[in-house]
Design a protein around this ligand. Structure first.
Ligand code: L14
Length: 350
């Protein structure tokens, strides 16, 4: 047997919510690693982690950290990516970036491997991982679009707090306890850590994820809108989004309304194309109350689709319920999938 090629891989943001999942997936999927570097801010440097049973000390990420690194997986926030991703590329690494820093840059492919893997071939050192809510939606819509065309998408999300990081999950748990004990709630993180006001997430629903834009949509909503058009290569596609945070830790759910290019499509036709698509599980039977929920989708790598209904007024309209683990397919798993394509198709070279 020919010896398998192996790679030097770095995780930037290794101690964060997504970084930890990336490390676990690299282990579980036997990614061909020569050496793994775990990088973080100065605050987390020095922590001891294990990878495949071996101890690794977390190091502070600096430009020099990337000497000799083949693949760098970034998930430490946009400002870290803006500063260090170009430094990693300068030193010969290919970066898969999990932040919004480069997603809309025209020189940066924005990729969901089940949807547009061939875009990776044109990378110039950085490949962007889309927003979590976008990934699961386009994964479900792509097979439908290929079969029947889609002209319009209107989505409302029901998003987990873990997207905002481990501290937001802690806030949800502590606040839930305080609420039940009748204590005063002191929200400090959600809806957005750096924004002016904070609201309780426990026993609540917050119609703000990320900061507001001038047009009245939030940045999370605009990410879904712009990224969907870019990934689907369809600037004509009409997309509108409302993003809402709910009080659970894991998995985003989405109610998605679409208008197809044809009017003679049946629910069964939608099930059929979704069932034969990679990475999608159809879970849809009203008679047995079968549908995905954030709890049922947690810790799974697929995107789950249920509640497929034909609109009662518009013969081209359909409604779907799309659920996936936001830290896996929405982040860590999609990132590792991109790295797998880079390696398998020999696309590491710029
Ligand atoms: O754009 O707060 O990758 O849940 C996705 C999760 C931004 C924050 C992104 C959250 C992030 C968002």
């Amino acid at each position: 047997m020919a010896e398998q090629q192996t790679y030097n891989v770095a995780i930037v943001g290794a101690t964060g919510a997504v970084g930890q999942k990336i490390k676990k997936i690299l282990e579980d999927k036997h990614f061909p690693i020569k050496q793994l570097k775990l990088l973080s801010s100065a605050r987390s440097a020095g922590k001891e982690e294990t990878f495949l049973g071996e101890k690794i000390i977390v190091e502070e990420a600096t430009p020099e950290s990337f000497e000799g690194v083949d693949i760098a997986l970034f998930s430490a926030g946009g400002s870290v990516s803006k500063k260090l991703a170009p430094e990693a590329v300068k030193r010969g690494a290919v970066v898969v970036d999990n932040t919004s820093a480069f997603r809309m840059d025209e020189n940066v492919p924005l990729v969901v491997p089940e949807v547009n893997p061939e875009d990776i071939a044109n990378h110039q050192g950085i490949i962007a991982n889309p927003n979590c809510s976008t990934i699961q939606m386009v994964a479900a819509l792509k097979p439908i679009k290929d079969a029947f065309g889609i002209s319009k998408v209107i989505v409302s999300t029901y998003q987990a707090v873990s997207g905002a990081g481990n501290a937001a999950v802690d806030e949800l748990y502590e606040q839930s306890r305080d609420y039940l004990e009748g204590k005063e709630l002191k929200p400090e993180i959600l809806p957005v850590k750096g924004d002016k006001k904070h609201f309780p997430i426990a026993f609540n629903a917050l119609p703000q994820i990320d900061v507001f834009e001038e047009n009245g949509f939030t940045f999370e909503e605009m990410k879904m809108i712009n990224e969907t058009k870019k990934i689907m290569h369809d600037e004509e596609l009409h997309v509108a989004a409302t993003c809402v945070r709910l009080p659970f830790a894991t998995s985003h759910a989405e109610s998605v309304y679409i208008e197809l290019g044809k009017s003679d499509v049946k629910v069964k036709d939608i099930w059929d194309v979704l069932e034969s698509a990679d990475g999608i599980v159809v879970q849809d039977n009203p008679a047995t109350q079968d549908y995905p929920t954030p709890q049922s989708a947690a810790d799974k790598e697929e995107v789950f689709v249920g509640r497929v209904r034909k609109d009662l007024d518009n013969p081209q309209g359909f409604h779907l319920w799309v659920v996936s683990d936001n830290l896996l397919k929405g982040a860590a798993w999609n990132t590792v999938q991109i790295a797998q394509v880079l390696v398998e198709r020999n696309w590491l070279k710029k």
